[in-house]
Design a protein around this ligand. Structure first.
Ligand SMILES: NC(=O)c1ccc[n+]([C@@H]2O[C@H](COP(=O)([O-])OP(=O)(O)OC[C@H]3O[C@@H](n4cnc5c(N)ncnc54)[C@H](OP(=O)(O)O)[C@@H]3O)[C@@H](O)[C@H]2O)c1
Length: 335
C-alpha cells in the first residue's frame, strides 16, 4: 500500500447541525481500501454533489465526507487482474461520492466492479464533460428507444434543458434525428439550446399546467424530464397516444400528482431512470455509445473548468439552478 498525501474537499457536520467545508490534506491510507486506487484527474459537478456538500442525509448519511459522484483518472493500485496500474478509467454512480469518498478528492479507492475502462475515442476530460449527467442522458434515451421511440413519432421534450442532464440530452437526441423541444427557465440560453440542436425552445412555464384538467392537448411524443413535480404531471397529461416519458430528476419537486388517465386512456409509459444502479453490461454499452455513435459535439457543450478551491462557488450556483451546461473539476488546475 502506498501512503500518498493528497488534497480533498472535506465536508463536516458541526455540533449545531450546520455543515462546513474546507480543503484539507489526507493520505491514501485513510481511504477505505475497496480494491482499486485511482489518481483522479477530473471530476464534475452534479446536482447530487451539491446536496452531498450541503448536508443532505438522503444522499450522504455520514460526515465528514468528500463528495464527487464522478471521477476519471489513472489506476495506481489494483487488486483485480482486469485492471493494471496506468490504465485510464471512469467511475460514475454506485456509491461514489455518496458514502464512499468521491472525486472531489485527488485520490479515490473503489471496488473493481465500479470501474469502466476509458473508451478509446474519449479523453479523460471529455468523459467528465459527460459524467453522470451525460450517462443519465444516454440512459434516458436508451429507455425511450427500448420502448421503440422513433423520430417520426413526433417531438421529444427535454426539461431543465440548459442544465447538465438537459444539455446533453438535447445534444444526443438531436444527433439521433429527434425533433427536440427544449424547455428552459433561462431566456438568455435560447441560442445555446439551438446550437445544441433544439428545434423549438419554450419557457418552463409552458410545462407547468395549473388548470387542474386531467388531460391536455397532446403535444410531445416523448420527454426526458429532469424537473419532476408539476412539470412531470403536465408532461404526462400532454403526451401523444403511446408516448414515453423518462423521469430522471426532481429539481423542482420529488412529488408527482397525476391521475391514471394518461396511462389508461392514452397508453403512455412513465420510465424510471436510475444511473447509479445501472448494471455493468449496460453501463459499458452506453459508454461505448457516448464515445462513438451518440458522441455529442463537445465544442457545443457549455463547459466551465474549475479548480478545487473554486468548486464551492459552483455548488452554490447549481443549488440555485444557475448553472448552464457542465462544471468540470480539474485537480491540477492552476498549479
Ligand atoms: N436519475 C438519475 O440517475 C440522475 C442522474 C443525474 C441527475 N439526476 C437528477 O437530474 C436533475 C438534474 O440534474 P443536473 O445535474 O442536470 O442539474 P443542473 O445542471 O442544475 O440542471 C437542472 C436544470 O433544471 C432547471 N431548473 C432548476 N431549478 C428549477 C425549478 N425550480 N423548476 C424548474 N426547473 C428548474 C434549470 O434549467 P433551465 O433553467 O434550463 O430550466 C437547471 O439548469 C437533478 O434532480 C438530479 O438529481 C438524476
Amino acid at each position: 500500500m502506498k501512503n500518498i498525501p493528497f488534497k480533498t474537499f472535506w465536508v463536516t457536520e458541526e455540533s449545531d447541525g450546520s455543515f462546513k467545508n474546507q480543503i484539507i490534506q489526507r493520505s491514501t491510507d485513510d481511504l477505505t481500501q475497496n480494491g482499486v486506487l485511482v489518481k483522479v484527474a477530473y471530476s464534475s459537478l452534479n446536482y447530487k454533489d451539491a446536496l452531498s456538500a450541503t448536508g443532505n442525509k438522503g444522499v450522504t448519511r455520514h460526515y465528514p465526507h468528500t463528495p464527487g459522484i464522478d471521477a476519471a483518472g489513472t489506476i495506481v493500485e489494483s487488486n483485480s487482474d482486469k485492471f493494471q496500474p496506468g490504465d485510464q478509467v471512469i467511475i460514475t454512480g454506485y456509491d461514489l461520492g455518496m458514502n464512499t469518498m468521491g472525486g472531489f478528492g485527488e485520490y479515490i479507492n473503489v471496488p473493481a466492479e465500479w470501474v469502466v475502462p476509458l473508451p478509446d475515442s474519449l479523453s479523460l476530460k471529455e468523459s467528465m464533460v459527460l459524467g453522470t449527467a451525460g450517462f443519465t442522458a444516454a440512459l434516458s434515451i436508451h429507455h425511450l428507444l427500448r420502448c421503440n421511440q422513433k423520430p417520426a413519432d413526433g417531438p421529444l421534450l427535454v426539461t431543465g434543458a440548459s442544465g447538465g442532464v438537459g444539455s446533453i440530452s438535447v445534444a444526443i437526441a438531436s444527433k439521433l434525428g429527434f425533433d427536440v423541444t427544449a424547455s428552459s427557465g433561462k431566456a438568455d440560453q435560447h441560442e445555446y439550446l439551438r446550437i445544441l440542436g433544439a428545434k423549438t425552445i419554450i419557457s418552463r412555464t409552458e410545462v407547468d399546467d395549473l388548470s387542474g384538467r386531467m388531460l391536455l392537448r397532446p403535444q410531445w411524443a416523448a420527454a426526458i424530464d429532469t424537473v419532476g413535480g408539476n412539470t412531470l404531471s403536465t408532461i404526462l397529461k400532454s403526451l401523444k397516444t403511446h408516448g414515453n416519458a423518462a423521469s430522471c430528476g426532481n429539481v423542482a419537486s420529488p412529488l408527482l400528482n397525476t391521475s391514471v388517465f394518461p396511462f389508461i386512456l392514452n397508453g403512455v409509459n412513465l420510465l424510471g431512470v436510475n444511473s447509479a444502479t445501472t448494471p455493468l453490461p449496460l453501463r459499458l454499452k452506453l459508454w461505448q455509445n457516448l464515445a462513438n455513435k451518440w458522441k455529442p459535439d463537445f465544442q457545443n457543450i457549455n463547459t466551465q473548468i474549475v479548480a478545487l478551491n473554486e468548486i464551492q462557488l459552483s455548488i452554490e450556483k447549481i443549488l440555485k439552478g444557475e448553472i448552464t451546461g457542465r462544471v468540470i473539476l480539474e485537480h491540477n488546475h492552476n498549479l
